[in-house]
Design a protein around this ligand. Sequence first.
Ligand SMILES: [Zn+2]
Length: 417
Amino acid sequence: MSDRIQSNSRLRRTACWALAWMFLLQVTEISSGAYALGTAVGDMRQSASLSGGTSCPRLTRFDVSTPGAINRQWSTSLGTSPASIKTADRSPDGQLAEIETAIQQSLAAWTGVSGAALTAASLGTLQRTAAAAACTPTDGMNSICFNQQDAGFAFGVLAFTRVVTADTLGEQLSPSTPPAAFVGEILDADVLLRPGDPNTSFATPAALALNPNSYDLESILTHELGHSFGFGHSGVWRAMMFPFAPPPGQFTGTRPTAGAPDAQLSDDDRTGLRVLYPDPGDFTHSGAISGRVLPANPLALPVAPAGVTGVFPAQVVAVDSATGAVVSAVMAGWSCSNPGPAVFDGSFSLQKLRVGNGQNYEIYAEPLDGPVTLDNVIYNLTSLCRNSVTDPGWPAQFACTVPAAAAPFSARIRPGP
Ligand SMILES: [Zn+2]
């Protein structure tokens, strides 16, 4: 079964380092690099009925057309020596209830964003399982594990999310799991928190103040669940999907309330979610700003691969002119027209911006030269380009190669006509 995943699915392991996030890619008829959202390229070695007929990167996301279809479970197996999860209530039942509340609030952050089609109704009932190793990528069950060892826990990795996406229509993880309805559909997404490490523990919001050396469970879970819903990392410091976790004893954003279940998130996260799960009834966030990031001197572009005509990658940020708040940032530098492949022409497209009287934005571009780098936002370059090196037998007309990251640059905006 693992062979099948290796060959037919795109397995993305998103590591989260002690400080960290990802971006979103908008894919429509004419697409261009947008938020650090996960993407997948359909398998163009297959017939068009299986590949979808385009080598343009497709956003990775769940199918939310059927209510309750996104199943969820969490493992009640907790490390005890050392204790990996600190709770205020130490009774067995109370501890589990407190952890489950943190999970529910982390899920509610992502399902509580106005103008997105991912809602509480999209999720199935959160189940419990006693199995420690419940996070398996072949069962189609989206699991959270606190006590499962995995080779993904390299030094410094607090948690990671393993996302399996379809690169052909109809793809199944096993005969008992539903077939993929589209290329890029998330078939399985498991969240694993680091277990059995005497130097690493997590505390629920109720227990964090008393355990200042622990990481905030809610911040870590909300970030990882962002990956599980299709996000990559964002380069915006305040964003939940920034690639680096807050230090021990601190948490990201504001604690959620009944009236603001998504308070942990930043506007950058919310904008990304609206791009990923667009709500056709959302007329508030219907604005877009697009353009290209070009070098003043074309000779500054990389020689290889051929055909690179713009800066890649760049972070393009939209700031609300009235408030100075960062509304959205995208990872820019490419575009794609069906049937592809992606071209690296410096394109960016900021989507799902709020519109209205007096609503203005200022935008700027900056290089991804630290602390967030291209490696932080795209772990698997085949999510943008596949070719005969990555995939033997790949058709040449649909092949591309991601260029090396652009050197640091300074940006000037050319005034419009
Ligand atoms: Zn992450």
